[in-house]
Design a protein around this ligand. Structure first.
Ligand code: CU
Length: 122
């Protein structure tokens, strides 16, 4: 019985480690202590691609769409991201999304989402 359980766990781990066709891989953006603060600062993804921001810095940050603090609409706002945390945004509709950090307004980046049929798959 134990061997069966171990086999199942190993199979599940193997499946989890492999990129699945149903779940597109994350596009990763890393928060940095210095300029440009978000790397890459200008990200281009296709619709349906989740975007993940990692915060390896020792500071709290937010990932806030500019629309959330101007006339809107507000497409996304991570809330407070503590050091070591990440924020995953599911796929966005096509568009241009400038964003910033509420705590450090000098931190700015953009996400451009293109129709997946218009760009070749990476
Ligand atoms: Cu910040």
């Amino acid at each position: 019985m134990t061997i069966v359980r171990i086999t199942i766990v190993c199979a599940l781990l193997a499946l989890g480690a492999l990129p699945g066709s149903a779940t597109p891989p994350h596009f990763k953006i890393t928060i940095e202590n210095g300029s440009p603060y978000f790397f890459p600062p200008a990200a281009t993804v296709t619709t349906g691609t989740p975007i993940r921001w990692d915060n390896p810095t020792p500071t709290e940050h937010t990932i806030t769409h500019d629309g959330c603090v101007s006339d809107g609409p507000c497409a996304f706002d991570s809330g407070m991201m503590m050091p070591g945390e990440d924020y995953v945004l599911p796929g966005l509709p096509p568009g241009h999304y400038p964003y910033h950090c509420r705590i450090h307004p000098i931190m700015r980046g953009t996400v451009t989402v293109s129709d997946s049929s218009a760009l070749p798959q990476i």
